[in-house]
Ligand binder design. Structure first.
Ligand code: C2E
Ligand code: MG
Ligand code: MG
Length: 267
């Protein structure tokens, strides 16, 4: 698997899918998350949940991550121009990548090569990444934001989270982990956690994204609790770039025809 993954980059077996990110205040698509896929010649398409941990272990994630970042910026710029929309792209950064001393150059390079405006790039880190690389975290986050890019904490609530991080580190968004979103409509305690994360974030001036929105009930719950943004299978699965425009159109139709936001506000 290790050797196969090593070859995957050069043989161009890696590719990206893009999942729409929707504003719950406007019902419009405002961006996308780029998600890695590996088309293994014998095993078919392999999930990142399987190969990212291996890539992280072997250090291959540094090269793979750089490729994904560059590709995502280029693709996002093309989609913005093609669709005439202001779209941001969220790219996942692994702990190994975040600790690289040339991280800033890599990000800056991806932005300048693609001509994607820096404000349209968001980097997703997990709480665990911030915990592992403690020494220069603050400086790195500040530098990323000085470039004009944004920072989001991914899978919020599942890692070794410490509220002191939120005081220490400048972040733009928290992504509530999908496990909370899925339980929120049936379990009162999960609902309380979601509501509390949203309230706390807003008081701190941080926006909240919910991931794993799969049903109209999830959407209604989140929108009523003033969650800012959402992504999930209810809107669209991650799709190839060529299918992104159609996914956007379908989401916009869904909001317009069903008057989803009006319905939620009245409820
Ligand atoms: P993540 O960053 O938390 O990405 C969200 C995952 O949830 C994606 O899985 C996405 O397909 C899935 N998802 C989205 N909406 C729904 C939904 O409504 N229901 C359910 N059940 N799942 C949903 P995916 O694509 O398999 O990626 C898994 C993880 O692999 C990502 O979690 C991320 O940690 C990692 N990953 C993916 N691409 C990259 C990358 O380019 N670099 C790095 N370092 N990690 C990546
Ligand atoms: Mg993510
Ligand atoms: Mg996540």
């Amino acid at each position: 698997m290790d050797t196969a993954l090593r070859h995957a980059l050069v043989r161009e077996e890696l590719f990206l899918h893009y999942q729409p990110l929707v504003s719950l205040t406007t019902g419009r698509v405002i961006g996308m998350e780029s998600l890695l896929r590996w088309h293994h010649p014998k095993l078919g398409v392999i999930s990142p949940a399987t190969f990212i941990p291996l890539a992280e272990e072997t250090g291959l994630i540094v090269a793979i991550g750089e490729w994904a970042l560059k590709r995502s910026c280029r693709q996002a710029k093309i989609l913005c121009d093609e669709l005439g929309l202001e779209l941001s792209v969220s790219v996942n950064l692994s702990p190994r990548q975040f600790e690289q001393s040339n991280l800033l150059e890599v990000i800056g390079g991806a932005l300048s090569e693609s001509k994607l405006p820096p404000r349209n790039l968001q980097l997703e880190l997990t709480e665990n990444t911030l915990m592992i690389n403690s020494a220069s975290n603050l400086e790195k986050l500040q530098q990323i934001r000085q470039l004009g890019a944004r920072v989001a904490i991914d899978d919020f609530g599942t890692g070794f989270c410490s509220f002191s991080y939120l005081l220490q580190y400048p972040v733009d968004r928290l992504k509530i982990d999908q496990s909370f979103v899925m339980k929120a409509v049936t379990e009162p305690n999960a609902a309380t956690v979601v509501r509390t994360i949203v309230a706390m974030s807003h008081h701190l001036g941080i926006k909240v994204i919910a991931e794993g929105v799969e049903t109209p009930e999830h959407l209604r719950f989140l929108a009523q609790r003033k969650c800012d943004e959402a992504q999930g299978f209810y809107f669209s699965r991650p799709v190839p770039a060529a299918a992104f425009g159609a996914a956007v159109a379908a989401i916009h139709r869904m909001f317009d025809e069903r008057k989803l936001l009006e319905e939620i506000r009245l409820a």
